[in-house]
Design a protein around this ligand. Structure first.
Ligand code: UDP
Ligand code: MG
Length: 335
């Protein structure tokens, strides 16, 4: 029987978890011929989320969890979930707040069985999101697409079904500044969209704010392409040309008219102008330098504190080790 693992990153989701469990069970209990597992990746929750999951586990052992030693962010929670799912035939990633409806799962499985490897859910509508968030998100997709040759899926988040081969491909990408959306695009394979209406969060508050979104947007662009680095050239060449023509015409005119040039204002403007450009370019270079810096530190992407209530998991799961992470040897262990 094929195993499908549902991955759910959670960060302080105690208000959503029971709703989520019921909705998921409602769906998967009706699907025959597959065995399901639900893996929560607890991204350093400080509320009662884990107690709730332990309660659920007493009744239904298909629910499992891994707990991080602190909050590492959703992107990292996703890669951790994938690392722990490499033996499953397929993986479904979804949010805990029911903005990604579990009712879409049968359709995703159907398309997977039709031969698609990455069945991604595309938002037909986005209820409960502000006008500003919708507009900025649209703008972001357009910008991202301009930067890269890889096709970027619009109105699509992390909610998707991934075949085993996609999971293994993503697990091989160990970069630190992660943007899953870019990585899903980058790996390729047969992609298929299924449409859904994005609802409001069932309970609790969004963990995102504009700073986090801007961070993610920058990670998205820089992880897909290095073309912003080329801006230096694109910006510098025309400006140099304009300045050259301008300077030549000033000198030419002053010779023809026999008048001295009043340079002071021009110089002040030019200095300000170039200072601004320097700032922009230094910022862009800094972005990449930061990434090189993070990558060369070669740290594990995350640290696991506990698996299914087992704090001493590393020793006790020795025979299953291929699927478990030796945190000291994280980069080589996955290949
Ligand atoms: N999440 C996480 N770590 C974080 C922030 C969020 O694991 O640092 C989880 C969160 O619990 C939820 C999913 O990521 O399951 C999406 O978060 P949220 O609903 O807050 O984001 P939004 O839907 O508003 O973009
Ligand atoms: Mg949400």
């Amino acid at each position: 029987m094929k195993e499908i693992k549902i991955l759910i990153p959670i960060f302080n989701e105690e208000e959503s978890i029971l709703f989520l469990k019921n909705r998921i069970l409602n769906v998967i209990n009706k699907i025959k011929n597959y065995s399901f597992k639900i893996l929560f990746i607890d991204d350093g929750s400080k509320d009662g989320s884990i107690d709730l999951i332990n309660e659920i586990r007493k009744i239904d052992s298909r629910f499992e969890y891994i707990s991080f030693s602190r909050n590492f962010g959703k992107e990292t929670a996703i890669i951790a979930g994938l690392d722990y799912s490499k033996n499953s035939d397929a993986v479904i990633i979804m949010d805990a707040d029911l903005q990604d409806p579990p009712e879409l799962i049968p359709k995703m499985i159907e398309e997977w069985e039709n031969g698609y490897d990455d069945v991604y859910a595309k938002r037909r509508t986005r209820d409960g999101e502000t006008w500003l968030k919708k507009t900025t998100s649209k703008l972001y997709y357009n910008i991202l697409q301009k930067f890269t040759n890889v096709e970027v899926q619009k109105d699509t988040g992390d909610f998707r079904l991934l075949d085993k081969k996609c999971v293994q491909a993503i697990c091989a990408l160990r970069e630190t500044s992660r943007c899953s959306k870019s990585l899903f695009n980058w790996i390729g394979f047969n992609k298929k969209e299924v449409l859904f209406d994005r609802e409001k969060r069932i309970a609790g508050k969004t963990k995102w704010n504009y700073k986090k979104l801007i961070d993610l947007a920058i990670d998205g662009i820089t992880s897909l392409s290095v073309s912003p680095l080329r801006w230096a050239v694109y910006i510098a060449i025309p400006i140099f040309l304009i300045l050259f023509i301008y300077a030549a015409s000033l000198i030419g005119l002053s010779i023809i008219n026999g008048q001295a040039i009043n340079l002071s204002q021009i110089i002040i403007l030019l200095i300000l102008f170039f200072a601004e450009i320097q700032l922009v370019l230094t910022g862009i270079i800094g972005e990449y330098l930061g990434r090189v810096f993070n990558q060369t530190k070669n740290r594990p992407l995350y640290l696991v504190k506990e698996i299914n209530g087992e704090k001493n998991w590393e020793n006790k799961n020795e025979e299953k080790n291929s699927n478990y992470i030796n945190i000291n040897n994280i980069n080589t262990n996955f290949n």
